[in-house]
Design a protein around this ligand. Structure first.
Ligand SMILES: Cc1ncc(COP(=O)(O)O)c(C=O)c1O
Length: 480
């Protein structure tokens, strides 16, 4: 199948003109069209439609060049020493650290930046070090990434209670009354941690940042997972003061991979107890004395040698985003998402049955550029997301399918009940394969299709996706 053979009622040029009339402030993001033609030209050279920005951002050519130039000109040693090459590296590492604080408007008196491998690494640091204990609680929303869900295992192992706060279909927004009731149950004599995503990587919903202060006022420490939010929204830590923030830099600016951060309030960091020590984290450790002193601040949380050569590229990447302006990226993402949502919801089969079902809000209020959906045939049968991915691959569209490491979002959206899941887990003596699991839950879809837009997305990209979506019109699931 080739997209050019698919009949569209409106040409790209006409559709784009109409789109620009409908969303006049899209014009304020024209710099991104220029950058697409220069910094991100490889997308069009290779004919790619990249729609997985929630999976990973894309880098500008100049980011890579600036980083390579730095590496080619400098001589950098392991920053754990104090020789000239080591000091040169330490200087750049500390510059990158300071720049991260500046980018998020976080006061160095209040926050520290701990470099990690990724957002999951940041989350694990909190999970393994938080003083969970009997009487304490770990409260989290349903629509978290697995790396936030996984913290429950640390909480349980230390005897804390784990509580999930539901999000409500169809919009998958927080059930405010329930969450407030859960927050009212903090145990004052124990430690209570509340975790939620600033933006869901399943539904794109942006949960209100007001929950941070509300929860803190009721005695909770707050872990804000900003991994999916930060790429196209300003996170101002001068205004919002979560105790911990997790993020991955590649999601914001594509390069380098392998670096994330935990931004932690100094006061909250002092509560954490690391379960071990490692090279780099100790000021003094003795074999015969059988004791150690951990470094204060970030260093006490950075195990071994940092991925130090990549850290200057973090500053380069953040500067690239600042030069564009995160508000410009935000506007672009919001308008393209608005158009995508209105086209997708309008798409109908000949018998007027909808072609897609969207999981999450179908308007752009308090949501980001992540749109999750399943395709349905005219008889209402869902089309397997894995087939959709295969068909998208054939026309060079990169999208994501499955549950995106966010099982809670998927279970609620797809209507899979706790009873069904529990019985499938119990029924099988040995673990089930994904296909067996699916058969166990009555052949329901265990996943969905996710398209997400970002700083290098053009109108042409989303137009091509809608053209692709049109190829499902009036097709029966068993004919595809
Ligand atoms: C909301 C959210 N949190 C956490 C993560 C984990 O990020 P990483 O895989 O970089 O550790 C992701 C990744 O997709 C995410 O979207």
């Amino acid at each position: 199948m080739s997209l050019s053979t698919v009949l569209s009622p409106v040409s790209l040029a006409d559709a784009e003109s109409q789109f620009r009339r409908d969303y006049p402030d899209y014009q304020t993001t024209r710099l991104l069209d220029e950058l697409r033609a220069t910094e991100y030209a490889r997308l069009d050279r290779a004919g790619h439609v990249y729609l997985d920005y929630t999976g990973g951002g894309l880098y500008a050519e100049s980011q890579v060049r600036a980083h390579l130039d730095l590496l080619m000109q400098g001589v950098f040693g392991n920053p754990h020493s104090s020789n000239p090459t080591s000091l040169a590296m330490t200087h750049l590492v500390e510059r990158a650290r300071a720049y991260v604080l500046q980018y998020f408007n976080a006061s160095p008196d209040e926050y520290v930046v701990i470099f990690t491998q990724n957002a999951s690494g940041a989350l694990k640091l909190v999970g393994e070090s938080y003083p969970f204990g009997p009487g304490g609680r770990y409260l989290l929303t349903f629509d978290n990434h697995n790396s936030v869900n996984g913290i429950r295992e640390f909480a349980r192992a230390k005897g804390a209670q784990v509580v999930y706060a539901s999000v409500l279909p169809p919009d998958l927004r927080i059930d405010e009354a329930k969450l407030t009731a859960f927050l009212d149950r903090a145990q004052p004599e124990a430690h209570n941690l509340f975790a939620y995503p600033a933006q869901s990587n399943f539904s794109g919903v942006q949960h209100s940042l007001d929950w941070i202060e509300k929860a803190q006022a009721k005695g909770w420490d707050v872990l804000l997972d900003a991994a999916a939010f930060a790429p196209s929204n300003r996170l101002d830590l001068g205004r919002w003061r979560p105790d911990f923030v997790s993020l991955s830099f590649y999601k914001i600016f594509g390069y380098p991979t392998g670096v994330g951060a935990l931004l932690a309030r100094r006061a909250a960091l002092a509560k954490l107890h690391r379960p071990w020590f490692a090279g780099g984290t100790v000021e003094v450790a003795s074999v015969q004395g059988n004791r150690y002193y951990l470094h204060a601040g970030a260093e006490g949380f950075e195990d071994g040698t940092l991925n130090y050569l990549t850290l200057p590229a973090v500053e380069i990447g953040l500067k690239h985003i600042e030069n564009i302006g995160v508000e410009v990226i935000h506007t672009r993402v919001a308008r393209l998402t608005g158009w995508l949502l209105s086209e997708l919801t309008a798409l109908r089969h000949g018998n007027s049955a909808p072609v897609v079902r969207i999981y999450g809000p179908v308007d752009t209020r308090a949501r980001g550029g992540t749109v999750t959906l399943n395709f349905y045939d005219p008889r209402g049968h869902f089309i397997d997301h894995r087939l959709v991915e295969r068909l998208a691959n054939q026309v060079n569209i990169s999208l994501r399918t499955g549950c995106f490491c966010n099982p809670g979002g998927g279970e609620l959206a797809l209507g899979i009940s706790a009873e069904e899941l529990t019985s499938c887990f119990i029924k099988a003596e040995n673990r089930l394969t994904l296909d067996e699991f699916r058969r166990c839950i009555d052949d329901k879809s265990t996943g969905a299709v996710r398209v997400s837009v970002g700083l290098a997305t053009t109108f042409g990209d989303v137009y091509r996706f809608i053209q692709f979506a049109r190829t499902f019109v009036d097709k029966l699931a068993d004919e595809l």
